[in-house]
Design a protein around this ligand. Structure first.
Ligand SMILES: [Zn+2]
Ligand SMILES: [Zn+2]
Length: 309
């Protein structure tokens, strides 16, 4: 295709945390819902497509027309609300090659419904602008824990995690290029994840601050106790995240999917203090747009623990 190699592929294997907020709502001062860009072994893989993913990829220098692989870990909206708009925008940005989207059963229905919702616009652009049919460019594949996926020189493995009431919810592991990386996805404390993440250079794990749950629920204003119960039974408290990192012997732990995020009275220091009860190794508090190199990931550590931004 003669696509230009853009800045993001220069340099070593890394991940960019495009959105680190847990949950779908955004408020003044909060970060953006979940998305990541994995750059490993020459492959670029978008993991999750929460609100803001399209803009965030552009901000990283990624030409949307070069997208090839997207993975959706589970069907909570903070992980796939912007999948359709991402693909549609890539199409209008010049996408002409196949994009493969791996995700839980049910993602195909979302994609078909998105195409249907946008069918007038899509038909118009095909007729009026000479574009190829968007539907022909996107292939949805069901992600499961039984089959490894070869992405060039990178092996992607999925492990069913523990995120009730969803059943199809996955942690991911990538081995290839010069590095290894594990993403927890959304999960309750799952000791078996330590085996799945064994020895990786970098574990990116979701993080819950139990002491912040009541304030978050109050800010959200739901009528009963169900949101509170969901948060406590479906996510991992930061001290348990540290246990996973310790048991897995990972090179570095980065926290993401913060619950709460951007809520008055709760800061990075609260997450650091709770994680430090169980994990003494390199620790990174994820931020929107943060790049973490797999082989020298702890450059931001001292900065944070000395009270920097
Ligand atoms: Zn989530
Ligand atoms: Zn979730």
């Amino acid at each position: 295709m003669g696509m230009t190699v853009d800045a993001i592929t220069v340099g070593g294997d890394h991940i960019v945390l495009l959105g680190v907020k847990g949950g779908p709502a955004i408020r003044p001062g909060s970060q953006m819902p979940t998305a990541q860009l994995v750059v490993l072994g020459g492959q670029r893989i978008v993991v999750d497509a929460g609100l803001g993913v399209t803009r965030a990829l552009c901000d990283q220098g990624v030409h949307l027309a070069t997208l090839q692989t997207i993975v959706i870990t589970h069907l909570h909206s903070d992980h796939y609300l912007e999948l359709g708009p991402l693909l549609h925008t890539a199409w209008t940005a010049g996408l002409k090659t196949q994009v493969t989207v791996y995700g839980p059963a049910g993602l195909g229905r979302y994609w078909q419904a998105f195409l249907d919702a946008m069918r007038d616009d899509i038909a118009l652009r095909i007729m009026d602008e000479g574009r190829v049919d968007l539907a022909s460019l996107v292939q949805i594949r069901v992600l499961d824990a039984a089959h490894d996926v070869d992405l060039g020189d990178v092996c992607m493995r999925a492990m069913r995690n523990d995120h009730p009431p969803l059943v199809d919810s996955f942690a991911l592991r990538f081995d290839g290029g010069g590095g290894t990386l594990c993403l927890s996805g959304d999960t309750a404390y799952l000791p078996a994840l330590a085996e799945f993440a064994r020895g990786v250079d970098l574990l990116v794990h979701e993080a819950l601050l139990p002491s912040g749950v009541d304030a978050l629920v109050a800010a959200t204003g739901n009528g009963d106790d169900r949101l509170r119960q969901h948060l406590l039974r479906s996510h991992t408290a930061a001290d348990d995240v540290g246990r996973i990192a310790q048991d897995a012997g990972v090179g570095c732990l980065a926290l993401t999917h913060f619950v709460p995020d951007g809520l008055a009275g709760f800061t990075d220091d609260d997450f650091i203090a709770l994680t430090r009860k169980t994990w003494g190794g390199p620790l990174i508090i994820g931020k929107d747009g943060m790049r973490i190199d797999l082989k020298r990931p702890n450059t931001t550590l001292s900065e944070q623990e000395n009270g920097g931004a």
